[in-house]
Design a protein around this ligand. Structure first.
Ligand code: FES
Length: 145
């Protein structure tokens, strides 16, 4: 991990406001921000581990574990919540528990008028997703389509 972390920290350590760019660079390189990187990032940027961890957990964008083979983001913002997003997210977590698909919350995908909205792998957007529609989507992902 040092081979990846060291150049990132060397590039950013003396720049103000470096924490977010460093976290983005680490996640871009590794797919997530591993817990083992937190002490090194904190030391390099003269921050506490708690400060670094606080920023990682505050921003939903940052993953603390490697992503699944596919990432499905369920919008949990207000308009989607009003039409069942929380139940859909729970259904999605239950259905993907043993699969290579990771479910993450997302806060607004711009489809507020036709929620619940879901994004697959930062590419596909799906509107008005019911549990049955989610199951069909999951079956397609698991079939590698
Ligand atoms: S609130 Fe869900 S897409 Fe905007």
């Amino acid at each position: 991990m040092d081979a990846i972390l060291d150049p990132i920290l060397a590039a950013w350590r003396d720049r103000p406001g470096a924490l977010l760019p460093v976290l983005h660079a680490v996640q871009d390189a590794l797919g997530h921000v591993p817990a083992a990187a937190v002490p090194e990032i904190a030391a390099a940027l003269n921050l506490s581990r708690a400060e670094v961890h606080g920023v990682i957990s505050y921003y939903h964008h940052f993953r603390q574990e490697p992503p699944g083979r596919h990432v499905v983001r369920v919008c949990c913002a207000e308009a989607c919540q009003a039409v069942g997003a929380e139940a859909l997210a729970e259904h999605a977590r239950t259905r993907t528990a043993e699969s290579g698909v990771k479910v993450e919350p997302m806060y607004c995908l711009g489809l507020c008028a036709c929620g619940p909205a879901v994004q697959v792998d930062e590419a596909e957007l799906h509107a008005a997703v019911t549990p049955a529609k989610f199951d069909a989507l999951l079956a397609r992902l698991e079939a590698g389509q």
